[in-house]
Design a protein around this ligand. Structure first.
Ligand code: SF4
Ligand code: SF4
Length: 91
């Protein structure tokens, strides 16, 4: 699972509290802005959100191509198995 941390730069007052609050190295201070540099390390602790005085941060779960934590749906699993069996035949 990947968590998408979104920062609304229109609201952000550049107070740096979110970067200080993140213990997982997800947020960094770059060019006078908080930036999500390492989303895969997010522990969804929500400390960044809680510490933002202007509610400029929101978080949501995001499924991506990197996400292998989800089970493959059963019909697809069957299809893969059929494909594997067919591929193992010698012609
Ligand atoms: S939710 Fe927690 S781990 Fe993720 S960016 Fe915010 S403070 Fe860092
Ligand atoms: S805590 Fe909120 S206002 Fe402060 S730098 Fe982070 S996003 Fe911007």
């Amino acid at each position: 699972m990947i968590v998408e941390i979104k920062i609304n730069y229109d609201k952000c007052t550049r107070c740096k509290e979110c970067v200080k609050a993140c213990s997982y190295g997800v947020l960094e201070w770059l060019d006078d802005l908080p930036v999500v540099v390492n989303p895969k390390s997010c522990a969804l602790c929500l400390e960044c959100e809680k510490n933002c005085p202007v509610n400029a941060i929101t978080s949501e779960r995001a499924v991506s191509a990197y996400d292998n934590s989800q089970d493959i749906p059963e019909p697809l699993e069957k299809h893969i198995e059929l494909f594997r069996n067919a591929s193992s035949h010698q012609y």
